[in-house]
Design a protein around this ligand. Structure first.
Ligand SMILES: C[S@@+](CC[C@H](N)C(=O)[O-])C[C@H]1O[C@@H](n2cnc3c(N)ncnc32)[C@H](O)[C@@H]1O
Length: 275
């Protein structure tokens, strides 16, 4: 792909989703765009860009953002964050709190919010509380898979055995030709809501406040001004004493925020009981 054309794709990704594509991504973008050019029976990547810029409903833009993003995730990824969630929840329940709102802010294909749901549901006493998880992502196709919540056996392998037995059910292939898949049980489904959301375009439509926000492994896409905007908007939706969690490789260095680091990647909003 010509550098000037690559730059135009970069600008589109940045303007629409705050995604800052790095120079090394030319090969990936070229490959993914070529697939879309073929699928839409267009001439070349330039035609595809025109198509994206001219379409009315934003449908293909969703597909573009979906295919250029990295959705890598896993069940129980960075599991100490789920321990953190469990510990905080137990503390708050012991203090008498009975309503909890959690947010998985870049939920990808769902492994993160479903891991959060298994963690919350398995805490003694959680069944007597009102708890909900909001799971959001910009990529609508990926979000649809997350909502469906069906996974191949190798995907669910990291789920601790006791939780897998309780919260996953086997889904045989109706034709008996494909390997069985595993779906999350209805008991969890009633607690998790999936919504499309672009994190780089605050204000967000939710009222909050949230007790815990997982915002893990999405900052890699954003430049510093975008991170500043996102953190500020999320901080406003976190309740005092609430917990904000980034990915292990991410920091809030250089960002103006009232969030205080409790440990690397874990932050607390001042003003409440906290941790
Ligand atoms: C690498 S995945 C992280 C998934 C999960 N949080 C984890 O840590 O395993 C990053 C996700 O961020 C989403 N994303 C990228 N830009 C976004 C934006 N502007 N708003 C919301 N989500 C975005 C991508 O679609 C992708 O699913």
């Amino acid at each position: 792909m010509q550098p000037a054309l690559f730059q135009r794709f970069c600008k589109l990704a940045y303007d629409k989703a705050g995604i800052a594509l790095k120079p090394g991504k030319e090969a990936l973008v070229t490959a993914r765009v070529s697939k879309r050019v073929r699928a839409l029976q267009l001439g070349d990547a330039g035609d595809y860009l025109d198509y994206l810029e001219e379409e009315d409903d934003g449908e293909e833009l969703q597909t573009f953002l979906d295919v250029i993003s990295t959705h890598f995730t896993n069940f129980f990824r960075e599991p100490d964050h789920l321990d953190e969630l469990a510990r905080a929840l137990r503390g708050w329940m012991a203090a008498g709190q009975r309503r909890f709102r959690f947010w998985s802010a870049a939920s990808s294909s769902g492994e993160e919010p479903w891991s959060m749901a298994m963690t919350v549901a398995s805490q003694p006493g959680a069944d007597r509380t009102d708890w909900k998880i909001l799971a959001t992502d910009i990529a609508t196709h990926t979000l649809a898979a997350a909502r469906k919540g069906h996974y191949a056996a190798d995907r669910v392998a990291p789920v601790p055995r006791a939780l897998a037995q309780r919260y996953l059910e086997r889904i045989p292939d109706p034709a008996g030709e494909e390997p069985d898949r595993f779906g999350v049980v209805d008991e969890l489904r009633s607690h998790v809501v999936f919504q499309p959301l672009n994190l780089t375009q605050p204000p967000f439509p939710m009222k909050g406040p949230f007790d815990v926000i997982f915002c893990r492994n999405v900052f890699i896409y954003f430049d510093q001004p975008t991170r500043q905007r996102v953190v500020q908007a999320m901080e406003g939706l976190l309740r005092p004493g609430g917990i904000y969690i980034l990915g292990h490789t991410e920091t809030l260095n250089g960002i103006r925020t009232g969030l205080k680091m409790a440990r690397p990647s874990v932050f607390v909003k001042a003003g409440g009981e906290g941790q």
